[in-house]
Design a protein around this ligand. Structure first.
Ligand code: OOG
Ligand code: MG
Length: 253
């Protein structure tokens, strides 16, 4: 069951074609959903992709409310999901992409256990503003918590801005998502579990619980501070974070 569902969701992502929710075919638990995610990402590794970090999702009330779910989730980021400023996002390679303003951590040293808030900063090399592109493989972007976990938490793209030393206090920074330089969502980093550092420690807990090691050079996305916004070709998408600056990317057909 796990492998068959994993193959379906991987193919939907690979062919950027929406499918019915997996839970409509077969019910499964949250734990099995993470097994489906792991098996589906194995298909990517078999195609030559590699892990570059982890992402947390539903770490803000705004996101939980938008998507009608009740719990934090985590997913895996691979090298083909990474874009740089100056690249373009090809709309046709997605299904119905949405953008979110995020904060990204760069890992300084290997982490193979749960960290607490006091020690966490020693493991962070740098922080940056980021845009996450999510693209549910399910029709109409509708899913249950189990579905979205199996779907690697809708992960599809990450654009990371300039790195900054983690010495600044990033617990309550203004954040915005803009389209064509016009803000469409406004929030604060405090919306992310009260402090994005909590997302980081949650990532260390979940990675440890599920047997993933966080390596030096990996990135961790803390989760969106605001609801996600659908994007379209010919738009310029940017995220601004107070004190960290902005990052942007152009969407083409
Ligand atoms: C799931 C991904 C959520 C976030 O930052 O909260 C997420 C989704 O909304 O499709 O990436
Ligand atoms: Mg996100």
């Amino acid at each position: 069951m796990i492998d068959a569902l994993a193959k379906q969701i991987d193919q939907a992502a690979y062919k950027h074609t929406a499918i019915e929710q997996l839970t409509k075919q077969q019910s499964f638990t949250e734990q099995q959903a993470y097994q489906i995610q792991a098996a589906s990402i194995q298909n990517r590794y078999n195609r030559g992709e590699h892990l570059i970090g982890l992402k947390l999702g539903f770490t803000s009330r705004a996101k939980m409310k938008q998507m009608g779910v009740h719990d934090m989730i985590w997913g895996r980021l691979t090298n083909t999901m990474l874009f740089e400023e100056g690249d373009t996002l090809a709309f046709h390679q997605f299904i119905h992409p949405r953008a979110e303003p995020e904060i990204c951590f760069l890992i300084k040293q290997k982490i193979d256990r749960q960290l607490n808030l006091l020690e966490a900063k020693q493991y962070i090399e740098a922080i940056a503003p980021a845009i996450e592109i999510i693209d549910s493989r399910f029709k109409n972007f509708k899913f249950s918590l189990e579905d979205v976990i199996a779907d690697n938490c809708s992960s599809a793209g990450v654009i990371v801005g300039k790195w900054h030393k983690p010495t600044i206090d990033f617990s309550n920074l203004g954040m915005a998502l803009s389209i064509n330089q016009k803000p469409v969502q406004l929030g604060s980093s405090a919306a992310i579990l009260g402090n994005p550092l909590r997302s980081f420690t949650a990532a260390t807990r979940l990675a440890h619980q599920y047997g993933e090691t966080i390596e030096a050079g990996h990135i961790i996305l803390a989760g969106a501070a605001t609801p996600a916004v659908y994007i379209q070709p010919n738009q310029y998408i940017s995220a601004e974070v107070e004190q960290l600056g902005s990052v942007g990317i152009k969407v083409v057909d």
